[in-house]
Design a protein around this ligand. Structure first.
Ligand SMILES: *Cc1c(COP(=O)(O)O)cnc(C)c1O
Length: 364
């Protein structure tokens, strides 16, 4: 793929024109697990599908291009991409992470800490993070905007400070996607995604992605992934390639819809606070009367009460009992993830229907 193509072109043309044998426009779905050697001592470049698969390779080429990376790997889930990232750091490494994290990441970090494999400290704000960022820190791990409080962290500023202290910067870019944020361009060393969310976009494929432009890091990631095997299946690679083609259009519409929903929420008497950073499809809000949350969730008709995000259909999540239930309640409350908070993933429906649905459920 040419270096200087614009993002929308890369996305629309993801995986096309790469089958020289038939000229098939889209990437064929290669189910074969093994590949014939042309002769003893020779390889077509494909030997065994855990190591390399043509459908997955086509996806990985696009994944690298959209994050301005030299390399990308597609994994079986977002969590497996996170596990893969940590597999390259030596035991005992000191990790400084943002406090407001995806619940599953926090659950795993906590387990690593208890097992004594890594040491974690957490920062509630960018200032706190920069203060704690000393030369004792090996890895800085950020999600921005944070989940679910939607606070933005300045990747370029953090990456500069981290590199001055010899630390590696890992960014989970699931919420903004490369449409709104390309962490490697801002100096991060590794960017990863739950591709289950915006990259896939249709709530029908579980996948992860990890990108870097550092050849040494890539070599370690590739070795670990090939050895431990949490690769993305050919079918899911195909699904993800297909979903990626409309990422830009979906993001644009989600943002438009989210702006309309935010405008309504800010005016609603039932809403105490709206947390929205100004772009993207994720909105959190706090309600005045927490006891009405079950009724609210039951009364919605267009929004679906479900975990996850980033798909074409709008979802509503209650982090306290769903995505963030594994974070101890004292910890959650200490940084503002209180039980009156709901999280919306805004899809590509007509925003008027979304607003009407919220209005009738909130004011019922
Ligand atoms: C969902 C999610 C993950 C985990 O990804 P899976 O694909 O569910 O394994 C990681 N980070 C963020 C921000 C997420 O939303």
């Amino acid at each position: 793929m040419s270096e200087n193509l614009k993002l929308n072109t890369i996305l629309a043309q993801a995986g096309i024109k790469n089958d020289k044998t038939t000229g098939a426009l889209t990437t064929p779905l290669h189910f074969a697990t093994t590949y014939q050697h042309p002769e003893f001592g020779q390889s077509t470049g494909y030997d065994y599908t855990r190591t390399k698969n043509p459908t997955r390779a086509s996806l990985e080429e696009t994944l690298a291009a959209i994050e301005s990376a030299d390399y990308a790997l597609a994994t079986s889930s977002g969590m497996s991409a996170i596990v893969l990232a940590f597999s390259i750091f030596p035991a005992g490494s000191k990790v400084l992470a943002v406090r407001d994290l995806y619940g599953g990441s926090f659950r795993w970090f906590n387990q690593l800490e208890q097992e004594g494999r890594f040491h974690f400290s957490y920062a509630r704000s960018e200032e706190e993070l920069l203060t704690e960022l000393t030369d004792q820190v090996d890895v800085v791990y950020i999600e921005t905007p944070t989940n679910p409080l939607m606070v933005e962290f300045d990747i370029a500023r953090i990456a500069k400070a981290a590199h001055e202290n010899g630390a590696t910067v890992v960014v989970d870019n699931t919420f903004y996607s490369p449409i709104y944020q390309r962490p490697l361009e801002d100096g991060a060393d590794i960017v990863l995604h739950s591709a289950t969310k915006y990259l896939g976009g249709h709530n029908d494929v579980l996948a992860g992605a990890i990108m870097t432009s550092d050849a040494k890091i890539y070599e370690k990631l590739f070795y670990q992934l090939n050895t431990t095997g949490a690769v993305l299946s050919p079918f899911d690679s195909y699904m993800l390639l297909r979903g990626l083609k409309t990422l830009s259009l979906r993001m644009e519409r989600s943002t438009q819809n989210a702006l309309a929903v935010v405008e309504f929420l800010k005016k609603s008497a039932a809403v105490k606070e709206v947390l929205y950073p100004g772009k993207g499809g994720m909105i959190s809000f706090k309600v005045v009367d927490e006891s009405k949350i079950p009724d609210l969730l039951n009364n919605l008709k267009i929004f679906t009460f479900a975990e996850s995000l980033g798909g074409v259909e709008s979802l509503i999540t209650y982090p306290a009992t769903q995505t963030h239930a594994d974070i101890p309640v004292e910890v959650r409350h200490s940084y503002g993830l209180t039980d009156d908070l709901l999280r919306l993933s805004i899809g590509i429906e007509d925003s008027r229907d979304l607003v009407t649905d919220l209005q009738s459920a909130l004011e019922a």
